[in-house]
Design a protein around this ligand. Structure first.
Ligand SMILES: [Cu+2]
Length: 430
């Protein structure tokens, strides 16, 4: 009797401990060593679009914003932030992450950060599973793990079954709910392969197992262990399985002619890396070879049927004379702006014709960019060369990114060259 009551007491105590630590420590963000938490990431100006302790409904959105500083004296014992991923720390997939940005660059993929620099983050979440959840921004550092920012409590109300996540694909197809899209197909294929596996197992298991077979191995009677029928079935299975794979691949290709492989590359954050000159003030550091022109790629699309690459870029003129964009060159193909005389003079005689685009380089605003001015321009490079030079196959690559050089000319004809690079999205509809 005494023992039992002692046990119940223990049980109640341990349950209380679980409940209490659950409240006090949420989900282990205080488990990390102090030096890890103090010398890695410093999150500040953190804001949530809802108040701490508030209640939202399933399907409601929450936006996390703020700044994260990568501390200069990063601990020696953990990996540096050369490969990082912006995420959210929540207890399981209770929210889906609709979008995430560092310095307004989409963070669908991993990126790399520089020590001593500050980045602005923005994470958009959509409520999925009801409950009371602690919600933080988090950055995963390769080989070091997740480093979490400050968290607030958000209660999700409603029914998990009401959760809907609808998306429109790049081909214009509307998927009503990504959560249940093609699930039946996945189930069917699993059942099919499970049936094949079970059949294969039963084929061998219907005969005496283990000891009998062990003795036969000892005797060396291989003909009884693996019969003619077994060999015949084995050969049939190889042909059958490979045949099914080829068939499945062909019907999938027919049903989904345009697919993009899972992206494996890292997003380049260099072009927008933020300088910290005194924490809190941020200044864009622009990637370029020629300090006189700053170029930031905002958005790039490749319109497949039209063989057109469109780029939106912010150009900053740091030189003392007005400048104009004269040329866009990538993979040896040159797109010239016919409205800029200095650029036209640069089309040297003797350069292979097929590598100079027939059409002019389209620039949304050709008026000279004045010294000190920053302007968002749209660049349009259309040519069959994208197809003939097989550059269009970038859609099938596990890294949909591009790079180009931009040639600027000032009013005296001086040429300034800047790099332009970023992610590129395929589009199939105009
Ligand atoms: Cu937490």
């Amino acid at each position: 009797m005494f023992k039992l009551s002692k046990m119940i007491e223990k049980l109640v105590l341990s349950m209380m401990l679980v409940v209490m630590t659950g409240v006090a420590f949420a989900h282990g963000e205080r488990n990390q060593e102090p030096f890890l938490r103090m010398k890695t990431l410093h999150w500040y100006d953190a804001k949530w679009s809802v108040e701490n302790g508030s209640t939202i409904q399933v399907n409601d959105e929450v936006t996390l914003t703020g700044k994260v500083h990568f501390f200069s004296s990063w601990p020696e014992v953990i990996n540096g932030p050369s490969t990082i991923f912006l995420a959210n720390a929540t207890p399981g997939p209770v929210f889906i992450r609709k979008a995430s940005y560092l310095n307004e660059v989409p963070m669908i993929q991993s990126t790399g950060a520089e020590l001593g620099h500050t980045y602005e983050y923005r994470v958009i979440l959509k409520a999925r599973i009801p409950g009371k959840h602690h919600v933080h921004p988090m950055i995963n550092v390769e080989s070091a793990g997740g480093l979490v920012g400050p968290g607030i409590w958000i209660t999700i109300d409603g029914e998990a079954d009401d959760f809907v996540y609808s998306v429109t694909t790049r081909t214009g197809q509307v998927i009503d709910n990504l959560g249940s899209y093609a699930v039946q197909n996945v189930v069917n294929w699993h059942l099919f392969w499970a049936a094949v596996a079970v059949f294969w197992l039963l084929w061998w298991m219907r005969r005496p197992l283990l000891v009998v077979r062990f003795l036969k191995v000892k005797e060396g009677s291989w003909n009884e262990l693996i019969t003619k029928n077994d060999k015949f079935l084995g050969a049939f299975m190889i042909v059958f399985i490979i045949g099914v794979l080829i068939y499945a691949n062909s019907i999938t290709k027919e049903k989904y002619p345009r697919t993009i492989p899972l992206q494996a590359g890292k997003v380049d954050l260099m072009s927008l890396a933020v300088h910290n000159d005194g924490l809190g003030t941020v200044k864009a550091k622009q990637r370029n070879n020629d300090a006189s022109v700053g170029v930031i790629s905002k958005k790039a699309e490749y319109f497949l049927p039209g063989r057109t690459v469109t780029v939106e870029a912010e150009i900053t003129n740091n030189s003392r004379l007005p400048i104009q964009l004269g040329e866009f060159t990538a993979a040896n193909i040159r797109f010239i702006n016919h409205d800029v005389d200095f650029a036209m003079k640069g089309v040297d005689e003797g350069y292979p014709d097929e590598l100079v685009a027939d059409k002019s380089l389209g620039v949304s605003d050709n008026t000279p960019i004045q010294p000190g001015e920053s302007r968002l321009i749209k660049i349009n490079a259309t040519d069959v060369a994208w197809e003939t030079e097989r550059l269009s196959s970038l859609m099938n690559d596990p890294e949909s990114s591009y790079g180009a050089l931009l040639f600027f000319f000032d009013s005296e004809g001086n040429r300034m060259i800047s790099e332009l690079s970023g992610q590129i999205l395929p589009t199939f509809v105009d």
